[in-house]
Ligand binder design. Structure first.
Ligand code: H79
Length: 457
């Protein structure tokens, strides 16, 4: 590794020095133990690509309330448009997504190359997508739909070998003991929220029992918390909740928003002792990964998580595919969001983009699954990933002179185009002091072509 990279790494380690995501697989003597809890992350790291789903009552207004098109994210409409609880509750009686087909959702995400799903069991609005025993404000008791959405999805995932995860909001705008003092003092979600003095009762008698339900009744393998920044929620509660989960299932993978260490949207933890297994950059990709720290960038395809019918600011297929590569090249996972419509269908624009990603993954997924960041300096033409003795060169900008300049420290035994079944070797040589790989005139893939570099031992 070049010195300036080492320096950069040192700076980043200092900045991102993270309590929770640091490896827990070794005891204080640094010995790896057979029951190393860190092993639970292996499947998750190998997966690299998952689907986030934000679905709930907010899909009904779909971004518009009383003729006003909300500027904010769709699932925040209750807060941002100051919809009174009793008004918002009425959406539950309208929630009847007749087109919902769990098997179709799962087949779409599987075809995209995704390996896991994280769906909102409950978002900040408090409405639950399963038959919770501690509330009537759920799809079984308050809506005409009366189907257990989580159960149907979990079943479809099991059939297709997709791992099942749940997003569960700590903040709750509906529960009387969790709301900040509601009306007329609005702006509940932001930093100036007033703590509800009864929040500890909500935590013990509502939030924890709900988490237990989600663990006991569904094959949940990821718990993805959010809304942890409200002042009523404490780091003691975060650690207690994490411990509670670990006692029930030490294999559960829990994001760092279970505790209070997260530094804003960058998603990595401040220095200190915080619970949680991975960092959660939101709508951003860090400049580089951090050795020994697991992380996952979550992102929308347009500008909202929950469906907004008028949000047409869709990212291009190229951007989405290159984001996946960029994230994998830095050792992270990509959790890409879909906000289904109130009728249960995915927006067509989401389906189209997932199809394009799947087509790319059909050719190149070997360069994503189970890979890590590579020791090579980031090239200006694209990104590298690595698995064992193979470095994958993801070329965004195909060289006009048909000579791809690779890292000077690369000792390449053999190189070939990943989507060329023949594995015909590409010529490796030197050009003006650079190590180069000779490539054909035209890029095999417009978005990102992959060249395998087999590295000498
Ligand atoms: O579920 C989606 C969003 O609804 C939710 N997270 C994703 C996954 C989300 N909640 N809030 N936001 C997005 C933006 C709000 C950020 C803020 Fe803050 C909350 C600004 C101040 C308080 C986060 C915590 C940033 C600083 C502290």
């Amino acid at each position: 590794m070049k010195l300036n990279n080492l320096l950069l790494m040192a700076v980043l380690l200092a900045v991102f020095a993270c309590g929770p995501q640091q490896k827990k697989s070794s005891d204080t003597n640094g010995k790896e133990t057979a029951e190393a809890p860190d092993d639970k992350m292996e499947w998750w790291r190998d997966a690299r690509f998952g689907m986030f789903i934000h679905w709930g009552l907010y899909a009904i207004p779909a971004g518009e309330y009383n003729g006003n098109k909300t500027e904010g994210i769709g699932e925040w409409i209750m807060n941002n448009e100051q919809i009174p609880i009793k008004e918002y509750e009425k959406y539950a009686a309208q929630f009847n997504p007749e087109k919902f087909d769990a098997e179709e959702w799962v087949s779409i995400l599987k075809d995209a190359g995704m390996k896991y799903i994280v769906i909102t069991s409950k978002h900040h609005d408090g409405f639950c997508l399963w038959d919770s025993k501690v509330t009537e404000y759920d799809v079984m008791d308050a809506s005409p739909f009366k189907r257990d959405i989580l159960a149907e999805l979990a079943e479809a995932c099991k059939k297709e070998g997709i791992r099942f995860g749940l997003y569960h909001s700590i903040m709750d705008w509906h529960h009387p003991q969790a709301q900040a003092i509601w009306e007329p003092n609005y702006n509940k979600g932001g930093n100036d929220t007033v703590a509800n003095p009864e929040f500890p009762q909500y935590f013990q008698n509502y939030l924890k029992p709900q988490v237990a339900e989600l663990m006991d009744n569904y094959p949940t393998e990821i718990l993805w918390f959010d809304g942890e920044w409200i002042p009523a929620y404490t780091t003691e509660m975060g650690k207690e909740l994490y411990q509670f989960i670990m006692e029930k299932d030490p294999q559960m993978i829990v994001n760092n928003r279970v505790d209070k260490g997260r530094q804003g949207m960058s998603g990595f933890n401040a220095e200190g002792d915080f619970a949680g297994d991975f960092g959660t950059p939101e709508q951003e990709i860090p400049d580089t990964g951090v050795e020994g720290v697991d992380w996952e960038s979550c992102m929308t395809m347009n500008d909202t998580w929950g469906y907004k019918y008028f949000d047409d600011n869709w990212k291009s297929e190229e951007t989405l595919i290159r984001n996946l590569i960029d994230i994998a090249s830095k050792g992270g996972n990509f959790l890409l969001n879909v906000g289904p419509k109130a009728d249960g269908a995915f927006p067509q624009a989401s389906i189209d983009r997932l199809k394009a990603m799947g087509d790319w993954m059909d050719k190149y997924s070997e360069s994503i699954y189970g890979t890590t960041s590579s020791p090579f300096a980031r090239p200006d033409w694209g990104r590298y990933t690595q698995k064992d003795n193979r470095v994958y060169a993801h070329v965004f900008d195909w060289p006009e002179d048909k000579k791809l300049v690779v890292d000077a420290s690369a000792k390449i035994a053999k190189a070939w185009l990943l989507d060329d079944g023949s594995k015909n070797p590409l010529e490796v040589g030197m050009n003006g002091g650079n190590v180069t790989v000779s490539v054909p005139e035209n890029a095999p893939d417009e978005v990102a072509s992959v060249i395998v570099l087999e590295i000498e031992d």
